[in-house]
Ligand binder design. Structure first.
Ligand code: UDP
Length: 360
């Protein structure tokens, strides 16, 4: 039986791992899950494992709250030990975090095949730690599972066609997850009722990216825009603990009551019922589209350019004026959602089936 070692460390990776775990089981492969511990809030991590029925991690490395270099270094060291013990047939890493690059690097030095899920994405901003992680992980991976055609093109533009690696456009595992759990989320979540949001328009916002939270100018501008919008719209902001700490420390005031971070079922229900989304999250940008909602992206660039090209999502940076202007525009727009840039919701199965055929 093939043994696949999956490495997760942060919230978006728990979501993606949920899709892959089911597919690996279906294709009769053994999965060993390693949680690097990068996500520092254990309660936030726990809810995902429980709700989404992700297998319990066999290893929890507990590495967090360190500088990028120290975190990546420690993860590299600890992951290597796990790999030497487990001797998996392949290692799967997701996305663009320190856990991703550390896992890929440890495996490639031991000549264990590396599969990168969400390969080929680029923001073209080398100041983002995520961009560095993506590019380096792609370069040392054997199987590059791209979520979109744009990602495949990015890789070819960078010469990946000349390297000894396989590039496959399988679609986006987050689409699989959103489809799967949206069938059961209404049963599992009572948040809409608890917050009194039934038949009440509201805006869903998230804010946690380092480029926004660690830049007080950007953070204040986004909060000012949300405060101003809260006079006309109810704002539901599941506040990330890091953002909450910074707002408290800097005494930046919210004119509305944020909520605690929510589990995935609650998040899906919020996405289903909101009027539109304001977010700097990579995942939420797409989930807005999956649930046919516009998203104002509070960043200067995005890896999910298709949605901007199709006029579903709008890049508003951290400009209060742009956020406000675009918010009022999308609040009255009625778009039809026909395109399917993220595949058919079977990305994880394609990955599992590909690995099964191509690993020895
Ligand atoms: N998410 C969630 N609860 C929250 C905020 C986000 O379940 O309170 C989900 C979100 O729907 C998405 C994933 O977490 O599936 C994305 O994670 P995040 O925004 O932390 O990271 P990013 O996608 O920017 O890397």
């Amino acid at each position: 039986m093939l043994k696949i070692l999956t490495i997760v460390g942060a919230r978006p990776q728990f979501v993606k791992a949920a899709a892959l775990s089911r597919a690996l089981k279906k294709f009769e492969m053994e999965e060993v899950l390693v949680h690097t511990g990068q996500h520092f809030d254990e309660n936030m991590a726990e809810i995902f494992f429980r709700e989404m029925e992700i297998p319990r991690p066999k290893y929890n490395l507990g590495i967090n709250s360190l500088s990028h270099g120290a975190m990546t270094g420690r993860m590299l060291e600890e992951t290597e030990k796990v790999l030497l013990t487990e001797k998996p047939s392949a290692v799967v890493v997701f996305g663009d975090t320190n856990s991703t690059i550390a896992g890929a690097l440890a495996a490639s030095k031991l000549h264990i095949p590396v599969a990168h899920v969400e390969a080929g994405l680029r923001s073209f901003n080398m100041h983002m730690p995520e961009e560095i992680n993506r590019i380096l992980t792609d370069r040392i991976s054997d199987f590059l599972f791209c979520p979109t055609e744009t990602a495949v093109k990015n890789l070819h533009r960078e010469g990946f066609g000349n390297f000894k690696c396989k590039i496959e456009n399988v679609g986006d595992v987050m689409y699989d997850v959103a489809q799967f759990y949206s069938r059961i989320s209404a049963e599992k979540s009572s948040l809409i009722k608890e917050l009194g949001l039934k038949n009440k328009p509201f805006v869903l916002a998230t804010l946690h990216r380092q480029e926004n939270t660690d830049d007080l100018g950007r953070l204040s501008a986004i909060i000012e825009a949300l405060n101003e919008l809260s006079r006309d719209f109810q704002i539901v902001l599941p506040l990330h603990p890091r953002t909450r700490n910074i707002l408290e420390r800097e005494k930046i005031r919210l004119d509305f009551q944020p909520i605690s971070p929510v589990g995935y079922f609650d998040m899906i229900e919020l996405l289903k019922y909101c009027s539109f989304v304001i977010s700097d999250s990579g995942g939420v940008q797409k989930e807005a589209f999956f649930f046919e909602k516009h998203c104002l992206v509070t960043r200067d660039e995005t890896e999910w350019t298709e949605l901007v090209d199709l006029n579903y999502n709008f890049m508003v940076g951290a400009s209060k004026e742009r956020i406000l202007q675009q918010a009022y525009e999308v609040s009255t727009s009625n778009s039809s959602y026909r395109e399917k840039p993220y595949g058919e919701g079977d990305a994880a199965e394609k990955i599992a089936s590909y690995l099964k055929k191509n690993l020895v």
